[in-house]
Design a protein. Structure first.
Lengths: 247, 279
């Protein structure tokens, strides 16, 4: 309970600090392109009904994409990390592909998949896929051989080892990877939504910008930040459920 | 108190373990390592054996072979009349780091062997609970191994084996990470468990006292490639009080002497044992 209060207090202090700096900058610059936070917040209050469908679409896209990416990335990473021969081929390939900024594929994906949700989902899933793949592989490789031997001596099959040893051992690393990539996921979401289509919070922000409606644009940015916090907390919540032994 | 230089004849009819001229060579791209060569030993049902030998002589490898985690390059490993080809339910292996899973509770760790054997979850937990009671840590069933002391982790590893109704207990220097007091306490636990459950036991140790306290026979190994160098009969073992007896101290002295002899004997051939053959 105390920890939760502290956390909320932390968020409050951080928010106030951001708003104060923002207000100071706004007053200093004195340009309508950076309105006061009060103006943006008021606008958020007025435009929320308009904004909600866009937010919902974005949240759905990013959640689905992150789930798919994590699931596929973790499974592939664990298999590669635990299969010596496969790793010999897969590891170099992985380290060639991993550093490529996946965002460069936006044009190709737009041509291939159209302007709907598909490009954003595929792109975010790909980013998350590589992030969790690399993490899961490294974690699975660094597993103590003695631990695996001990459990094997109990008559455990490969599936048992995966279920009782490999997956739980690597789960904390996978969650860390996921948390780190939340920011990237939202950035990719914003870019794809702002380039193509007419749905999503990224589109909403860029559209406001095009209309030179800065208060609405910043209202959208605030909404996006809140979406990021929500995602982060969802990840923390799931982690607390699944990784109880590490507190 | 006799020292037999050759294979000891086990009087009992029932053989828990037969090692027939077992050899093991590790092969990798660069080199071959002969870990064991012509290791022969019979262990009767319910008999506790202690193995002692220089480091790197193949003790851990030997236990892995008996546990069915590796196949011998030559020779044969037979447990209760069956050639070992894969891990066997009632053979328990306890390694130095105990092999506990930090993400499972004490109870679930104790139940792991049963769960893997597809015993129903409730039955597994009941049996595991019983095993925890046997080793005296039932009050910590809901804790995680990370919250236990070294001695308690060792007890948990024993409980996991006990839950499987083990009839062959293999232990690789299980007490070496414990402080002196806990170590003595755990030696007593091992003694009690063995007396109550009457499993055959192969205990690898580098402590002379531990070998004499817990081994009805003590097998002294040669340097790598390991085989039986000598077997010391130690029939008086079997109670905690043995520790205080004159016989105990004589046996310790004898064993220590043999260890020293074998160390000096093998000074020269030791280098040749580094058989890293270029392929
Ligand atoms: N998995 C392995 N691959 C290659 N060589 C190994 C492996 N395990 C052990 N060895 C080698 O085999 C020899 C015996 O090792 P081990 O059985 O661990 O000895 P001990 O337990 O008596 O110290 C050592 O030289 C060791 O380096
Ligand atoms: Mg060893």
């Amino acid at each position: 309970m105390k920890a939760r209060l502290q956390k909320i207090l932390g968020y409050v202090i951080a928010t106030v600090a951001v708003l104060l700096v923002w207000a100071a900058l706004s007053l200093l610059i004195g340009n309508p392109a950076l309105p006061l936070p009060t103006v943006a917040l008021l606008q958020l209050y007025h435009k929320l009904p308009d904004m909600l469908p866009h937010l919902a679409v974005s949240l759905w896209r990013v959640l689905l994409a992150m789930s798919i990416g994590t699931l596929c990335g973790s499974i592939a990473g664990l298999i590669i990390g635990r299969t010596g021969r496969l790793d010999l081929i897969a590891a170099p390939l992985l380290y060639v592909l991993y550093p490529i900024p996946k965002i460069v594929f936006v044009p190709v994906l737009l041509v291939l998949l159209g302007l709907g949700s598909a490009p954003a989902i595929v792109l975010i899933a790909t980013v998350i896929f590589f992030q969790t793949l690399v993490t899961a592989r490294d974690a699975a490789k660094s597993l103590s051989p003695d631990l695996v031997l001990s459990v094997r001596s109990l008559g455990a099959s490969r599936i048992d080892i995966a279920r009782h040893v490999v997956v739980p051992a690597t789960l904390p690393n996978i969650f860390t990877a996921l948390r780190i990539s939340t920011g990237t996921a939202i950035a990719v979401l914003f870019i794809t939504e702002s380039i193509a289509g007419n749905t999503g919070i990224g589109f909403y922000v860029v559209n406001a910008w095009g209309r030179i409606d800065y208060p609405t644009m910043f209202a959208g940015i605030i909404a996006m930040a809140m979406m990021g916090v929500a995602l982060y907390e969802v990840i923390n919540f799931v982690e607390r459920r699944l990784v109880r032994w590490k507190d | 108190m006799t020292v037999s230089q050759h294979q000891h004849k086990v009087s009992s009819d029932c053989a828990a373990l037969k090692l027939r001229a077992v050899g093991l060579t590790y092969r990798s791209a660069q080199k071959e390592t002969r870990a064991l060569d012509g290791f022969s030993l019979e262990v009767a049902c319910g008999e506790p054996i202690a193995i002692i030998g220089p480091s790197g002589c193949g003790k851990t490898s030997l236990l892995n072979l008996i546990a069915g985690l590796r196949a011998p390059t030559t020779g044969e490993v037979i447990v209760r009349g069956q050639t070992v080809t894969k891990p066997r339910q009632q053979t328990s292996l306890i390694l130095q780091d105990y092999g506990l899973l930090p993400w499972k509770t004490v109870l679930d760790n104790a139940a792991l062997g049963l769960v893997v054997q597809k015993v129903s979850r409730s039955a597994a937990r009941a049996q595991a609970q019983e095993a925890l009671r046997t080793v005296g840590i039932e009050d910590f069933a809901a804790a995680y191994p990370g919250e236990l002391s070294g001695g308690m982790r060792q007890r948990l590893a024993l409980a996991r084996a006990m839950a499987l109704q083990t009839d062959l207990m293999l232990m690789d220097e299980p007490l070496s990470a414990l402080d002196a007091l806990t170590r003595e306490e755990l030696q007593n636990v091992l003694l009690d468990l063995w007396q109550n459950a009457a499993y055959a036991q192969v205990l690898v140790t580098h402590s002379v006292e531990e070998a004499v306290l817990l081994g009805k026979r003590i097998v002294l190994m040669t340097p790598r490639p390991g085989k039986v160098r000598a077997i010391i009969d130690n029939p008086a073992m079997g109670s905690r009080a043995y520790r205080q007896s004159a016989t105990f101290h004589q046996q310790c002295t004898l064993l220590r002497q043999l260890l020293l002899e074998s160390a000096s004997d093998t000074d020269a051939p030791d280098d040749k044992a580094e058989e890293s053959v270029q392929k």
